[in-house]
Design a protein around this ligand. Structure first.
Ligand SMILES: [Zn+2]
Length: 63
């Protein structure tokens, strides 16, 4: 537990990359970061859902 990428299930080298909810290997983290930063289409359903939540948070500035 904690030493595998949550996306591709490969073994991590070192600590891996922490996101809000997951631990990713460098490759998956780069992909994840790119998707979030660039809002690129063609990601997985899971990415789309997290992107939707992220976009919603940005659009809603009540806090
Ligand atoms: Zn990975």
């Amino acid at each position: 537990m904690g030493d595998r990428c949550d996306q591709c299930r490969n073994r991590l080298r070192g600590q891996g990359q922490q996101t809000a909810t997951r631990t990713l290997c460098d490759a998956c983290y780069r992909e994840f970061s790119g998707l979030v930063a660039g809002y690129v289409t063609g990601g997985t359903v899971e990415n789309a859902i997290s992107l939707a939540g992220w976009a919603k948070r940005l659009g809603r500035k009540k806090d």
